[in-house]
Design a protein around this ligand. Structure first.
Ligand code: PLP
Length: 336
């Protein structure tokens, strides 16, 4: 795997830290828990979309684009990071925000990521839930093209093979860090949504011949559907990288037991997991993605999925900007 073959536009601070969580590991009585801090990528409060956007933005510039077009849920971390990437490169940014969550109170459509989108000059429009949002984004791109702009459309979550290269790069970065520390990683756990993160990690680890199991906790789709989406994108990403051989479907591990009532809908397990990490380690998760992914890790640990001396890495994908749109969840919360 030689990712320098693909153009990249530098947006983030890499490598992100790989840290051992001693207090959390002791509290849970093992395994040894590590965290890969992709919440610290440095782009307008950070997150996992930064790695994808480094490859996507380079592709946009190669094609002569002057406007990024993308889509996401109202509190999309992806839209916020895309807006920031556009600012860095001097491009315009248009986003379509899907009203996928409508019961989270007055701040939901104005605070958190939406506030940051506004600050960075991103032009956004809302869409009702249930449309084909990528089709809506492509239609908007066509309209902008007719008006004389040069749009580049980025699918939801930046999840196509070019974006997923960012997580193949993360796989390489993580394995190098672990090797330098003499750390043998037994398992990686994270939240999975539009699938680029898990697909890129799997393609990268496959290319590196480093068969570390990666478990994704779905934040929306049912388990089999999520596995299908991740596997299809991992295959396409592996082809783009030039990996020989096919990725067996069995390497995709995903669960849907943390979704709860639906995308962006809080669960008690998520709230307690978020309070646990905040109060033991001073690390902030988010209610939509990383909180549910981390709740999944805690539930695996409590059900005995790992041996006490195994080393598990939680990939922190970011998202804490959305906390301020979910303030009602954490008011009057005291002990984890
Ligand atoms: C987008 C996002 C994810 C999910 O990553 P995918 O590549 O879409 O699967 C996880 N956590 C956060 C905070 C995100 O913004």
């Amino acid at each position: 795997m030689h990712l320098a073959r693909f153009p990249k536009y530098q947006l983030g601070h890499f490598p992100t830290p790989l840290e051992r969580l001693d207090r959390l590991s002791a509290h849970l009585g093992g395994p040894e828990i590590w965290i890969k801090r992709d919440d610290c990528t440095g782009l307008a409060s950070g997150g996992n979309k930064t790695r994808k956007l480094e490859f996507l933005l380079a592709d946009a510039l190669k094609q002569g684009a002057n406007t990024l077009v993308t889509q996401g849920a109202t509190q999309s971390n992806h839209v916020r990071q895309t807006a920031a990437a556009a600012c860095r490169a001097g491009l315009d940014c248009h986003a379509l925000l899907e009203r996928r969550v409508t019961n989270q109170g007055a701040d939901y459509e104005t605070a958190g990521n939406v506030l940051l989108d506004q600050m960075m000059g991103c032009q956004y429009d809302f869409r009702p839930e249930g449309l084909d949002m990528n089709a809506e984004g492509i239609a908007l791109s066509e309209t902008l093209r007719e008006q004389g702009h040069k749009p580049y459309f980025i699918p939801g979550g930046g999840s196509n093979p070019i974006g997923a290269l960012g997580y193949a790069a993360c796989a390489q970065e993580l394995v190098c860090q672990a090797d330098a520390k003499g750390l043998q990683i037994d398992h990686i756990v994270h939240a999975t949504g539009s699938a680029g993160t898990q697909a890129g990690l799997l393609a990268g680890l496959f290319a590196l011949n480093a068969p570390i199991p990666v478990t994704g906790f779905s934040v929306r789709a049912p388990r089999q559907k999520q596995i299908d989406i991740v596997h299809a994108l991992a295959e396409q990403t592996a082809r783009l990288i030039g990996v020989r051989g096919t990725l067996p479907r069995e390497i995709v591990i995903a669960y849907d037991d943390q979704v709860g009532p639906g995308y962006g809908q809080p669960t008690d397990e998520m709230v307690s997991a978020m309070l646990l990490l905040a109060q033991l380690e001073g690390i902030l998760l988010d209610p939509v993605y990383s909180g549910k992914g981390f709740a999944g890790l805690v539930s695996m640990i409590r059900s005995g999925a790992f041996k006490k001396d195994e080393r598990v890495v939680f990939l922190h994908t970011g998202g804490s900007a959305a906390l301020f749109a979910y303030g009602h969840l954490f008011e009057n919360q005291k002990a984890a």
